[in-house]
Design a protein around this ligand. Structure first.
Ligand code: SF4
Length: 65
């Protein structure tokens, strides 16, 4: 199972995560990341890992168990 966390304090609003998986990540009016789903299905694993990798502020963590 996937468990996503997004640190809104670190987020710089670059929006890369939303491009990686718009079903999981969104941005609020100020561009700060918001999570649409905290535990997305396995089909999102690759996208959310990519988001964590390319986030310029390392605000996204992905746990898998
Ligand atoms: S990619 Fe990172 S910095 Fe950019 S909006 Fe997403 S969490 Fe924030």
């Amino acid at each position: 199972m996937l468990k996503i966390t997004a640190d809104t304090e670190r987020c710089v609003g670059a929006g890369q995560c939303v491009l990686s998986d718009p079903d999981v990540f969104d941005q609020d009016d100020e561009g700060v990341v918001t999570l649409l789903v905290e535990s997305p299905g396995a089909e999102h694993a690759e996208n959310v890992r990519q988001a964590a990798l390319i986030c310029p502020s390392q605000a996204i963590t992905v746990q898998e168990d």
